[in-house]
Write a protein that binds this ligand. Structure first.
Ligand SMILES: [Ca+2]
Length: 326
């Protein structure tokens, strides 16, 4: 019986008369039909008006193209200013360049000395000496070719005004040195010293210079050798010696024999012997020839030598000095 009722309901639902179509729109009766006639609800959309029947919804269509981009909006309002950041740590203090200051001061002092320093030992005043001895003292001179330099002035011997460039008196300075030391000089101006080959070249290069050697033998006798012409060539010629015009009380001239010889040291061999090193043999720096008839820069008390009448004698002490010839 129930099946028969269901069959009738479904038949009305699938084939409604106008009157039944209106009845089917009632939600209560629609629910009844759906419960009894499942196929109706699954396969059929009930009509809304009149006898029109609507089929199932088709598949979903393709997504359309995106629309055009809209206009740019108005700029936003500027936000409020942020808070200040913390204060940074203090940096370290700068360093004053003392080297530049000292160099600047040295240049100023040099300029003052160039203006007021004497040009030779002839112009010095005794009370201006940096240090004094019985024969003279150390003075600050301005020699145009050399610059401002401390020099020992002999103010007493043979009229004075001598610049001493070599002294062996105390034996406390090593004279067995290399080329560089002999070029720039070494020792104590008031004691034993060598002024330097470059200064000697600059001070004698223009000529008109005389030179004197004072010596003392071990028996206490004083000897002197004076030369009216003395010049030392440039470093490019290894400070070649030019000497002439001997006078003195030495029985032989042990120095003129070295005229035209280049200067040699133990590490700069310019003597005449290809297979010998006179500077090493005689223990000093000198204008070695082949090798020596004088050797005043040799080992103290051993090879400080001067030639006398066929024999080389050891000199206790020596001093060599120059001045402009009158
Ligand atoms: Ca040699």
């Amino acid at each position: 019986m129930e099946s028969l009722i269901t069959l009738l309901l479904c038949s009305f639902a699938f084939n409604p008369s106008p009157t039944w179509a209106t009845t089917l729109q009632s939600s209560h009766f629609k629910e009844l039909i759906c419960n009894q006639c499942q196929q109706y609800c699954e396969n059929t959309d009930l009509v809304t008006a009149g006898n029109t029947r609507v089929g199932k919804a088709g598949p979903r269509g393709l997504r359309g193209f995106p629309g055009p981009r809209g206009p740019i909006g108005e700029p936003g309002v500027i936000g409020p200013r942020g808070r200040n950041g913390p204060v940074g740590a203090r940096g370290s203090e700068g360093v004053v360049n003392m080297t530049l200051i000292e160099q600047s001061m040295d240049r100023k002092i040099e300029e003052v000395h160039q203006m007021y320093a004497p040009r030779s030992c002839d112009g010095v005043k005794s009370d201006a000496a940096l240090s004094r001895t019985d024969s003279g003292g150390v003075f600050k001179l301005f020699i145009p070719e050399v610059g401002v330099r401390n020099l020992f002035c002999d103010l007493t011997d043979d009229g004075g005004n001598w610049v001493v460039f070599q002294r062996r008196m105390y034996g406390n300075v090593n004279f067995y040195r290399g080329w560089g030391d002999y070029v720039k000089g070494f020792g104590d101006l008031q004691g034993d010293h060598w002024l330097g080959l470059e200064a000697l070249h600059q001070m004698t290069n223009r000529g008109n210079i005389e030179m004197k050697i004072n010596m003392i033998t071990s028996d206490g006798i004083h000897w002197s050798a004076k030369y009216s012409n003395f010049r030392v060539g440039p470093g490019s010629d290894n400070y070649t010696l030019f000497v002439s015009g001997y006078s003195g009380n030495s029985t032989r001239d042990g120095f003129s024999w070295h005229d035209n010889a280049q200067f040699s040291t133990k590490d700069a061999d310019h003597d005449y012997y290809p297979l010998r090193n006179c500077a090493s043999e005689y223990g000093g720096g000198w204008w070695y020839h082949g090798c020596a008839y004088s050797n005043l820069n040799g080992n103290f008390s051993e090879t400080v030598l001067w030639y006398f009448d066929g024999v080389m004698r050891i000199m206790c002490c020596s001093e060599m000095k120059i001045r402009r010839r009158l």
